[in-house]
Design a protein around this ligand. Sequence first.
Ligand SMILES: Nc1ncnc2c1ncn2[C@@H]1O[C@H](COP(=O)(O)OP(=O)(O)OP(=O)(O)O)[C@@H](O)[C@H]1O
Ligand SMILES: [Mg+2]
Length: 359
Amino acid sequence: MIEIGHLSKTYDLNKAQVHAVNDVSLRIEKGEVYGVIGYSGAGKSTLVRCINFLEKPQAGTIHIDGFGTVYAGKQGLQLEKDGKQAQLKEKDLRQLRRSIGMIFQHFNLLDRSTVFDNVAYPLRYRHLSKKQIEERVDHLLELVNLSEKKNAYPSQLSGGQKQRVAIARALADEPDVLLCDEATSALDPDATESILALLKQLNKELGLTLVVITHEMAVIKEIADKVAVMENGKIVEEGSVYDIFASPKQPITRKFVESSSGLNKIGTLLQHQDSIDLSSPDSKLVKLVFTRESVGDALISQISRDYNVDVSIVLANVDLVEESALGAIIANIKGTKENVENALAYLESRSVRVEGVKA
Ligand SMILES: Nc1ncnc2c1ncn2[C@@H]1O[C@H](COP(=O)(O)OP(=O)(O)OP(=O)(O)O)[C@@H](O)[C@H]1O
Ligand SMILES: [Mg+2]
């Protein structure tokens, strides 16, 4: 478990101060896939780099199970461990970075070394025989499905293969946690899918805790259990991925959720499509979100019958989030004003989220 309390990191830039991470608190459980999403400059990389102290925060605490609690403050970084407190030393950092691996958007491989040597690199300072190193590297390459590229150089690999090497290298020290900073942002959709599948497999099979930084909601949807939304150095919303997708609260979260849904095309559709009859004063264009509680119920045919309304579906989208269905439709509902309102109130009483859509 990693618990961050009131963490802050400020940079001085040309006499101005940039609050890259501003009073952030969060908790990452062991074995969890924890996503952090935000636009460029939100502070995601700085936050994640504070977790392994590649960046030194100026305030706050970071507790890491099995390592201790680090307090950041005026006296620098103090490590509290087994009831004793002392300055955080290089030796402590080396130990910490063995248990927390990291991968990056641009892979950061050694270009002049083979795949084998790249993966073996972190093992050089361990007291291991040549044979032990070879066995370990072979096992890691098998794990990331790259055994046949053992003697290739990074320039001879595709982006997805390079990221596999980076993952194998990050796993060489058998970490408990893997920090992934935009690990799929430089990859095409196929390679992204296969790297996310590999990360998921490592999470399930090795119990590896993953912290996944991204600006794409599709990545969160694919892999994360929990998500934190970051804006201007702060976490503005946090929750289970399903809940965030089903009912985003903050404007920025809504924007992210909409970006990954087919329903965001409604504006364009309305501009170019005259067949949707919105002229009748007794019709209402709404977005209906069906969550775990309501998906699968025959609610649309029920309201047509019971409230005498006609429902024409304009756009629809069904997603699988955290292995549960999440559906949304944009529908034009026609009937008397009273019937339409009663029908919508009924849907809300059956756990359907109803939102008006501006025509
Ligand atoms: N070394 C630095 N010196 C000064 N300012 C910095 C430094 N590193 C980051 N910043 C600033 O801190 C803020 C957060 O940067 P950070 O790299 O954490 O954002 P990010 O969310 O990872 O963005 P991106 O999606 O573009 O990677 C930005 O305003 C950035 O300019
Ligand atoms: Mg970044």
